[in-house]
Design a protein around this ligand. Structure first.
Ligand code: PLP
Ligand code: TYF
Length: 386
């Protein structure tokens, strides 16, 4: 049976992690996989999460099943953070805990495929490399629209709008909520308005992937586009990840929300969502969501989480400023947000930096800005010069 399997390429990012670990040099820099790192290159458990985990260990008296929704209180406590004033009619909204943002993306994709098997999902070029395989795994057709011009270092907004103008009614548009992966280029609020208008007039559905809330311009600003879409459009799906902004990556913590045209549709969608989740993972893993719930349910822990997240956000902003001032060719980094940036190096340049300086980034020239310490900026920029 299994001799019929075809070889599949491994995830280049995970390969990069392994290569970095195997590199014996002391002076090496891992700018590969997207995990936040502090000034010392560490990814510590956030203070509030650590405190919550301590409580959880002491107080948890059962590990009985919670049910397909997962931790309902976790979802409820996230809602004001994610949606702010745009939360809207609860009868038209479904929220469910998922295994990470990835689980939410897959669940949303499966729901779309159930509702409209021949829907096309439009993704930007470029986008997170896992988007297309996740959508295709649900049986959906994926098309791409222009998004970013790596030479001009700007969003190809007019071309994007033109492409969306050709999408068929019922097609889906996958948008990054903030901190675009891999480019760092986010839509301005005016551009969000125009995209939302286009989605409405073409009768499309917005599917928003918000995986870095709080790591761009702050919790509210990073959700501004999502909130506009949520208020303005009859139907929106949101795939949300807590893995970066709560630093719980391996705990696979996330949620999916849907907003539906009316309460009846929402109720039927809810049954479908739970049925799909049952076939995908039955019930989501508890630990990460329980820790996030404890943090958000406690005003002191919640405040401390916000403080620590702000500091992470400021560190990223500071690194972007430092890179931008160190080299005019990197000035654009100050205008972009989040952990990721595409640098003006080709594959040969990327490999040369790896060989000569132990600097690891993806072949496409994407760096995780958080992999740098502030003192790494000058030598990094020197190494980048051809
Ligand atoms: N969406 C984007 C754009 C991402 O970069 C990531 C990163 O991992 C995810 C979704 C998935 O997040 P999670 O690790 O919670 O599955
Ligand atoms: O793009 C990144 O680096 C993050 C982390 O298969 C990641 O989104 C990378 C690869 C992967 C899952 C998550």
């Amino acid at each position: 049976l299994f001799s019929g399997l075809e070889p599949r390429p491994s995830d280049p990012l995970l390969g990069l992690m392994t290569a970095f670990r195997a590199d014996p040099r002391d002076a090496k820099l891992d700018l590969g996989v997207g995990v936040y790192k502090d000034e010392h290159g560490k990814t510590p458990v956030m203070r509030a999460i650590k405190a919550a985990e301590t409580r959880l260990l002491a107080d948890q008296d059962s590990k009985r099943y919670l049910g397909g929704d997962g931790d309902i209180r976790f979802v409820e406590l996230l809602e004001p953070i994610v949606f702010g004033d745009a939360l809207g009619d609860p009868a038209r909204r479904i929220g469910i805990q998922t295994p990470g943002g990835t689980g939410a993306l897959r669940l949303g994709a499966e729901l779309i495929a159930r509702a409209r098997p021949n829907a096309t999902v439009w993704t930007g070029d470029p986008t997170w490399p896992n988007h297309t395989p996740i959508l295709r795994a649900a049986g959906l057709t994926v098309a791409s629209h222009p998004f970013y011009d790596p030479r001009a270092r700007t969003i190809r907004f007019d071309e994007m709008m033109l492409a969306l103008g050709k999408a068929a009614p019922g097609d889906v548009v996958l948008l990054h909520g903030c901190c675009h992966n891999p480019t760092g280029a986010d839509l301005s609020i005016e551009q969000w308005d125009a995209v939302i208008e286009r989605i409405a007039e073409r009768d499309l559905v917005a599917f928003i992937d918000l995986a870095y809330q709080g790591l761009g311009d702050g919790l509210d600003a990073d959700a501004a586009g999502l909130r506009k879409a949520w208020s303005a459009l009859p139907e929106v799906l949101l795939a949300y990840s807590c893995d970066k902004n709560f630093g719980v990556y391996r705990e696979r913590t996330g949620a999916m929300w849907g907003r539906f045209a009316d309460a009846d549709t929402a109720a039927i969608a809810r049954g479908n969502i739970l049925a799909l989740a049952r076939t995908l993972w039955s019930m989501p893993p508890d630990h990460g969501a329980a820790a996030v719930r404890i943090v958000l349910d406690d005003p002191e822990l919640a405040a401390d989480w916000r403080t620590e997240l702000s500091a992470m956000c400021e560190r990223l902003g500071g690194l972007r400023q430092a890179l931008a001032s160190a080299d005019p060719r990197l000035a654009y980094l100050a205008e972009q947000r989040g952990m990721f940036a595409l640098l003006p190096v080709d594959k040969t340049g990327v490999h040369a930096m790896r060989d000569a300086h132990g600097i690891y980034m993806t072949d496409g020239g994407r760096i995780n800005v958080a992999g740098l310490g502030i003192d790494d900026v000058a030598p990094f920029v020197d190494a980048l010069r051809p």
